[in-house]
Design a protein around this ligand. Sequence first.
Ligand code: ZN
Length: 250
Amino acid sequence: MKELTDLDRALYEWQLDVPGFGESGQAKLRNATALVSRAGGLGGPLAFSLAAAGIGKLVIAHAGDLRHDDLNRQILMRHDGIGKPRVESLRATLQAFNPHVEVEAIPENVSDENAARLVEKADIVFGAAPLFEERFALNRECVRQGKPLIDAAMFSLEGQVMPIVPGRTPCLACLYPEIPPHWKRRFPVIGAVSALAANLAAMEGIKLLAGFGEVALNRLIYFDTAMMRFQQIRIQRNPDCAICQSLPSS
Ligand SMILES: [Zn+2]
């Protein structure tokens, strides 16, 4: 494991005082690689917070060219990037913000074809994709490779975050055996709501990597900003889950 440098200590000084985190937590973050699936309204602020916290490497999968209608929430993007690949904006923004974090930006969205290759690159995976097909592909691959997945999602004024540790917690397919009916690609979103879900997910991942605090294992974190209601819902593994059934419980 790489030791912290004096520059690391200077950069992250304000968080080294967080109880339970300290130099050992920072060193664990500095040695970790995180995959973020899509860097839109949710994955963008999530990647930003991981870069601010001093993660070692970010692998970000996000396809397509930037459009005007991305900019109410995709905070890694910049107006002068409209019409150009989104990965260019997100790489430039993250590298300008924290050049000490390695960024690998891949112009692909997660699919059944590339999920194994992408998940292999990371110690932890953050699922921030809008489509269940992508979330399921990540979930399947994280269960197969035994890697933690923080699944985050939002719709309109609501959001949810579910930390998944294969064998210890339910997987995404325990909760959703199939794609819920009527799920649409395009949904209402205010950037502050997707960023809230993003930062809850980032914090769960940071705690899991650095080994402090209490991660919401076997719980679904749910919020509704219309009423500012926050709750945690207990969840259990589905013994008949098609994805994680064969894993022993621990
Ligand atoms: Zn499962």
